[in-house]
Design a protein around this ligand. Structure first.
Ligand SMILES: CCCC/C=C/CC(=O)SCCNC(=O)CCNC(=O)[C@H](O)C(C)(C)COP(=O)(O)OP(=O)(O)OC[C@H]1O[C@@H](n2cnc3c(N)ncnc32)[C@H](O)[C@@H]1OP(=O)(O)O
Length: 279
């Protein structure tokens, strides 16, 4: 059952058709397993802008409240899971919008990392920075070969906030996490498997979703409330830290991102991406 439509067409007046409220996520629930697949669909690269973050929040809430058996996060793009935060939101930002943008990112992380249902990511493409944040907020990761994943923030001259590190540290040993973050290292699928950043490799998106479903299915005989409370106890300190520091975290981000040197760096990085795209 496909719950959210990609595009809503509205008739205005007698014959004008306009597209409105285009959703950037879909939620599909498998009737047999009760597992919801949440797909990001924002071309070209699933850049996390304000609208995609809001749709992600809404979809996660919907999955929580509809008592789905689990959540699988994936992408409609065949080569990109998510390119991370949309740099255009941070470069020469609009004052009000950038506040809403960062607050929405906090909301998504709190909802996904703290979700009461079992979560898994079918990483069917590249997954840098914010893409890696989403994947590591899930409990299990299955990735397709020949892609890359990691927190590359230092390569852009920016700093991953503490809660990005919490997600990373919930998956990787501290020594590996610290070095990778300092280096801004992107891991290939094979390297990610070796260090434990991902749990399995699959050859197709369908196979990745099957493996994620099998992981979620492994809890079938576990009391769901006991499972959820156990997971939340493991993650409580990380979640509480951001809950307690949400405002300071926002102000810190705004201060940092508005530094002339950071703006210059983001501008140059955007330029290099555009140049690369043209060649
Ligand atoms: C200040 C504290 C904040 C700390 C937190 C930051 C977390 C972040 O998430 S920062 C964002 C980090 N993301 C990246 O570094 C990824 C950059 N993108 C890529 O490496 C590649 O685009 C890709 C591997 C994801 C995909 O490569 P592919 O060859 O398929 O596509 P491209 O030709 O490179 O890109 C197509 C198109 O999309 C634009 N674009 C790509 N990534 C972003 C992005 N993150 N934000 C905005 N725009 C992006 C790229 O410029 C191309 O645009 P044009 O078609 O208009 O040229």
């Amino acid at each position: 059952m496909l719950r959210s439509s990609l595009l809503t067409l509205t008739r205005i007046g007698s014959n004008r058709l306009m597209s409105t409220a285009a959703k950037l996520t879909t939620v599909e629930v498998n009737d047999k397993t009760g597992i919801a697949t949440l797909t990001m669909c924002r071309p070209p690269v699933n850049g996390l802008n304000l609208e995609l973050l809001k749709d992600l929040s809404q979809s996660i809430d919907e999955i929580e409240s509809n008592k789905s058996r689990g959540l699988i996060l994936t992408s409609s793009n065949p080569t990109i899971f998510s390119a991370g935060l949309d740099i255009l939101e941070m470069y020469k930002p609009d004052k009000e919008r950038i506040r809403a943008f960062w607050t929405s990112l906090q909301d998504v992380w709190l909802a996904l990392y703290g979700s009461s249902v079992p979560t898994a990511a079918a990483i069917n493409g590249h997954s840098p920075a914010g893409g890696c944040l989403l994947a590591t907020s899930c409990e299990y990761r299955v990735m397709l070969p020949k892609f890359t994943i990691g927190l590359n923030e230092t390569q852009l001259g920016i700093v991953a906030p503490k809660w990005f590190m919490s997600s990373f540290l919930s998956v990787l040993p501290r020594r590996i996490a610290e070095r990778a973050l300092n280096q801004g290292r992107m891991f290939t699928t094979e390297e990610a498997l070796q260090v434990g950043l991902i749990d399995e490799v699959a050859n197709t998106k369908e196979e990745a979703i099957e493996k994620c479903s099998a992981f979620i299915g492994s809890f079938a005989k576990v009391n769901p409330l006991a499972r959820a409370l156990t997971k939340q106890q493991f993650r409580a300190a990380d979640l509480q830290q951001l809950e307690n520091e949400r405002v300071q975290d926002l102000e810190k981000f705004l201060f940092f991102v508005n530094q002339p040197a950071v703006q210059k760096g983001l501008g140059l990085y955007l330029e290099s991406l555009k140049k690369k795209a043209k060649n």
